[in-house]
Design a protein around this ligand. Structure first.
Ligand code: G
Ligand code: G
Ligand code: MN
Length: 538
């Protein structure tokens, strides 16, 4: 098998030399056949068409012609008409034969060349996209990774490919893809670029310096977006993986990894991620979620409370319940580290129900100490999408003797906007039942108060970001003032988050803020401590 391959390879490499040699050899063999079969020899001259057709079809019409002339002479002037008598041929006879042979050589050459051209074109059409001219995935089929090499493998996702095509036209978009491929090739001559889908590019190169290659490729993609007079807006993300060990010989397996990394980067609005990052993140998330369910039931997860202070009277007028996780190995895990993961699963419902139940238990305990204070809990919009959420919350609530207006639900502005329709229905149900609704982190998103007015809202909580800026930045001060004024006109309570110093507290009181939360007054604390604190104001 290997010998055959080997021979084929040698024949392919020196096709010209072999064809000419074989053709001349055949002419000589024919010559000896003719002169040894002594009578009626001229009918054997037709054997000469074999080397003529071979060289014409394999090497083109010039070679076909050349071999025809040689063959024509061999069976022409130098060959007697009769071998026994030695009578020579009439020149018109052999010359007519030579012309026939030349014609056949040229025709064979013409068709041979055309055939080769079309097969190259067919092969090209099979391996390339018609529009972009870039290789498609079939191109990778024959590629196997060599044993002792590292490879850098990447996926580029163009999130707004369809928008670019709609606005700038397909031609511009494909020109952009081609430009990326060209620029990558001129940076790394050994890189292979493939277009698996309209909005994806794959590339693979032998890895020299993985981290540097990531940076270079990022740079190439950013700097390729000027096409003619247009500069495109590209919403892209890149995913990278590296083949370091001999896991797979097949390339396609690695593109699955770089695709995953690119999708993850896209989802997180990052310019790129490596598969390794994604894997460790996923592992972290997976372990976290495995522990979370247990932790919710065995006391590792609990609530702390932060008072809300009336800026005029300086007295606590409410509490916000905030979740905490004291993990035995990972130590204390901040909510921003686990809530986003829990939110991706069904456990977010159980978490919110637990938080609700615990805060109601705490409120009941405060009542036993003659302390009657509203408590707010944070809910996720994922909760609002659950059609059973309302019923489950009411079921929990009915187990306690607490007035609904003493309970507030905080929902962040940006999350609310992800699905305003279903959020609105759920918030209306909660509000109609008598619960209060607060918009958390207001100002971090981009919604206007006018838009928010369609939701049943009682309180606006202005985001910490503005609090930090309000003393030093006059523009922020104007924004905060205008927000407070409008919110009050719409009948909302206004709370400012994250007050850490007295000057800011004074200023915000002057600007008309009703209530505030912040380290200046009290950090979030465990129930016991907050109870002691509240007793002083009873
Ligand atoms: O508590 P911390 O101090 O770290 O809060 C960080 C973020 O986590 C805040 O945006 C807060 O709204 C959110 N958060 C805290 N507790 C809860 C909770 O019980 N449920 C939900 N959904 N979010 C919470
Ligand atoms: O987004 P939400 O308002 O639910 O988040 C409350 C978060 O703000 C909690 O993480 C809480 O610990 C934090 N927080 C409360 N007061 C302050 C403060 O004065 N300064 C800062 N930096 N964070 C605060
Ligand atoms: Mn909050």
């Amino acid at each position: 098998m290997r010998i055959i391959e080997h021979v084929k390879e040698i024949l392919r490499k020196h096709v010209k030399v072999w064809t000419i040699l074989i053709s001349i050899l055949l002419i000589l063999v024919n010559y000896f056949i003719i002169i040894n079969l002594n009578h009626n020899h001229l009918s054997f001259t037709h054997l000469m068409y074999i080397p003529i057709v071979i060289s014409g079809s394999l090497l083109g019409y010039l070679y076909g012609l050349g071999i025809a002339v040689i063959a024509g002479f061999v069976v022409g002037p130098i060959m007697p008409r009769d071998l026994i008598t030695g009578e020579m041929q009439f020149w018109g006879d052999w010359f007519a034969r030579l012309l026939m042979m030349a014609l056949v050589g040229v025709i064979a050459g013409y068709f041979g060349t055309n055939y080769r051209k079309s097969s190259i074109r067919i092969k090209e059409l099979e391996l390339k996209h018609i529009e972009s001219g870039l290789f498609n995935t079939k191109y990778l089929k024959d590629m196997t990774l060599s044993n002792n090499q590292f490879y850098t493998i990447g996926t580029l996702i163009i999130g707004n490919a369809h928008a670019i095509c709609d606005v700038q036209g397909y031609e511009t978009y494909y020109a952009y893809l081609r430009k990326i491929a060209e620029n990558l090739k001129s940076t790394y001559p050994n890189i292979e670029v493939v277009q698996p889908e309209i909005d994806h590019l794959w590339f693979i190169k032998i890895s020299d310096h993985f981290d540097e290659e990531i940076k270079t490729i990022l740079h190439v993609i950013q700097s390729s977006k000027k096409i003619g007079n247009d500069t495109l807006f590209i919403d892209y993300a890149l995913g990278f993986t590296q083949r370091k060990h001999l896991f797979e010989k097949e390339v396609s397996k690695y593109f699955i990894q770089s695709d995953i990394a690119a999708r993850e980067a896209k989802g997180k609005n990052l310019p790129y991620l490596t598969y390794k990052d994604v894997k460790t993140n996923r592992q972290f998330e997976y372990e976290l979620l495995t522990d979370f369910e247990q932790a919710l039931h065995d006391g590792e997860i609990y609530l702390v409370y932060q008072p809300k202070i009336d800026l005029k009277t300086k007295r606590p007028v409410g509490l916000e319940a905030l979740i905490r996780w004291e993990h035995p190995i990972k130590k204390s895990i901040a909510p921003d580290q686990f809530i986003y993961a829990v939110e991706k699963t069904n456990m977010i419902h159980e978490m919110t129900q637990k938080v609700f139940e615990w805060s109601l238990m705490y409120q009941t305990r405060l009542k036993e100490h003659k302390i009657n204070i509203p408590i707010s809990i944070n809910i996720s919009t994922k909760n609002l999408y659950d059609i059973y959420f309302f019923d489950k919350m009411i079921e929990i609530f009915k187990r306690f003797q607490i007035d609904a207006k003493m309970v507030e639900f905080e929902i962040t502005e940006s999350l609310l906007m992800e699905n305003p329709e279903s959020s609105k229905r759920m918030l209306e149900a909660l509000s109609n039942f008598g619960f209060k609704i607060a918009i958390d982190d207001f100002g971090k998103g981009y919604s206007s108060l006018a838009y928010l007015a369609q939701f049943p809202i009682n309180t606006i909580k202005i985001d910490r970001f503005f609090t930090n800026q309000v003393l030093i930045n006059p523009t922020t001060q104007h924004i905060v003032k205008a927000t407070i004024d409008l919110a009050k006109q719409l009948g909302y309570e206004v709370l400012i988050e994250g007050i850490e110093d007295q000057d800011t507290a004074n200023l915000l009181e002057k600007l008309g803020c009703h209530t505030a939360q912040g380290y200046l007054f009290m950090r979030p604390r465990k129930g016991e401590e907050v109870l002691d604190y509240l007793k002083k104001y009873r």
